[in-house]
Design a protein around this ligand. Structure first.
Ligand code: UD1
Ligand code: CA
Length: 472
């Protein structure tokens, strides 16, 4: 079957009360339109047309397109039929089935679209659409059926009579239209009350012409709801969150308080991972099996291995933490870092653009930036890689089995050879050869009885002052 996808995204979205076009409002970081587009791509259509209005440029910039996607411009928001016409003009003589979806329906899933296409083909319809039962039909178009239960038209809420308003089978805004039926589009008249051309009118026109049309009541309101207001957007966010939590629970993930956890659609989580409250897994994040993610952790675009523990209040961005490692509490792993297998990154440790080898430990109050650190290195408390000279960033290279004593500063560029020791409190400015000790601090002196002498000095100076006063 030849298939083309059309997404209507040219409306102004006035009810959102926003300067941002409606379809670019995000659900968990991704624009609504992107969800619809991705679902359409899943059907593998030959071509996809996105109809956009005066915000075409902004939409194009923010949307990730695939394959043969074209943006058709609808200069003026003259209604859904006019928007579809713009797509049709771009499709230039396409022959086959066109699937049309409103761009404000982000929860729709591929299975429902496939059902529509299968039923549409099986029945040999010229036009089919998806309807659903709405608890509060509100602004949706009502599906009008005759006594034989055949669909005869769609009536928009604002044009419906009181008895039509009571109908709770509504139009989802998803249509399958055969190319040979598209010509009837030109018969759609301007709806004077709204000043728009309604795509929904195509149903009544087709039916009058004796074409086979039908509505398939598949899918739920929670899946097919359209977003016109911010309240509806908020509902979509909640529904999408519930959907992803349910999915991960079914796949063996444990939550202590799932309602407080946010998981982006791009995230994957291995089974037997335990997630504490208030955790944010964002972007394309992957968490391996058997991990524990403690409260208040945010992980963005990162990969976490298996059985790794991320302790309380830790931020990890665009990094990799390998298996059996432990990070946090209160750690910050900045972009471009790789934490090796079984490594330990402890409290108040910041790692930036650094590779930390397996079994290496940096337990406390440390900054590791632009560094390459080997395996089984011990980084003492308060160690700082001084990577920036005010102009450029430099690399610190620490080989395997090095021991860095606490409160050391390593002035980059610098290399600490395998197995070397750095005495605590050192400022290291030169490369340290392998297996040697580097120490750079003033040798300790103990001054005998210094305290007693100091006390004596103070007392005698006080008595001098007193004597001077009493002589007056
Ligand atoms: C539309 C349907 C309604 C259906 C509902 C489902 C019409 C006339 N009504 O109503 O029957 O129940 O969707 O959610 O189609 N758009 C354009 N250009 C325009 C106007 C709109 O591209 O000139 C796009 C919008 O960006 C949006 C989609 O078409 O993505 C639907 O438009 P919207 O104004 O939201 O229609 P509804 O009133 O929700
Ligand atoms: Ca809508």
């Amino acid at each position: 079957m030849k298939l083309a996808g059309v997404i209507l995204a040219g409306g102004l979205g006035k009810r959102m009360n926003s300067s941002l076009p409606k379809v670019l409002h995000t659900v968990h970081g991704t624009p609504m339109l992107q969800y619809v587009l991705n679902t359409i791509y899943g059907l593998k259509p030959q071509t996809v047309i996105v109809v956009a209005g005066k915000y075409l440029k902004e939409i194009r910039e923010l949307i990730k397109e695939e394959g043969s996607t074209t943006f058709a411009k609808q200069e003026e928001a003259k209604g859904t039929a006019d928007a579809f016409l713009k797509a049709w003009q771009t499709l230039k003589g396409f022959k086959g089935t066109v699937i049309v979806v409103n761009g404000d329906t982000p929860l729709i899933v591929q299975g429902t679209l496939k059902k529509l296409l299968t039923l549409h083909k099986k029945r040999g319809n010229k036009i089919s659409f998806i309807s659903f039962i709405s608890k509060e039909p509100g602004s949706y178009g009502r599906v009008i059926r005759n006594e034989e239960k055949e669909v005869i038209s769609i009536v928009e809420d604002r044009d419906a009579t009181e008895s039509q308003k009571k109908i709770n089978e509504v139009n989802s805004g998803v249509y399958a239209i055969e190319s040979e039926a598209v010509h009837i589009l030109k018969e759609i008249k301007l709806n004077k009350s709204k000043g728009e051309y309604y795509l929904t009118d195509i149903i009544g026109i087709a039916k009058n012409k004796g074409m086979k049309v039908d509505a398939f009541c598949t899918g739920s309101e929670d899946e097919l709801m359209g977003v016109n207001t911010r309240e509806e957007l908020e509902r979509v966010r909640q529904l999408m969150k519930d959907r992803s939590i349910k999915r991960w629970i079914a796949r063996g993930v444990n939550f202590m308080d799932a309602s407080s956890v946010f998981i982006s659609p791009g995230t994957r989580i291995g089974r037997d991972t335990f997630i504490y409250p208030n955790v944010y897994l964002e972007g394309n994040t992957s968490i391996g099996r058997g991990c524990t993610i403690y409260p208040n952790v945010r992980i963005h675009d990162s990969i976490i291995g298996e059985r790794t523990v991320i302790k309380d209040s830790t931020l990890i961005e665009e990094s990799v933490v390998k298996s059996n490692a432990s990070v946090g509490p209160f750690a910050r792993i900045r972009p471009g870092s790789i934490i090796g297998k079984g490594a330990r990154i402890g409290n108040f440790v910041e790692v930036k653009k650094s590779v930390i080898g397996s079994g290496t430990k940096a337990g406390h109050l440390t900054y590791l930036g632009d560094s390459k650190i080997g395996n089984n290195v011990n980084v003492g408390a308060g160690t700082i890689t001084c990577n920036y000279d005010g102009y450029k960033k430099h690399i610190t290279h620490i080989e395997d089995d090095v021991f860095i004593g606490s409160d050391s500063q390593l002035i980059a560029p610098i290399k600490i050879g395998r197995g070397a020791y750095i005495g605590a409190g050192s400022t290291i400015t030169k490369d340290v050869p392998s297996m040697s000790l580097a120490i750079s601090r003033v040798e300790q002196r103990s001054i005998k009885d210094w305290v007693i002498k100091k006390q004596f000095k103070v007392q005698s100076s006080k008595s001098k002052v007193k004597g001077a006063k009493s002589r007056k």
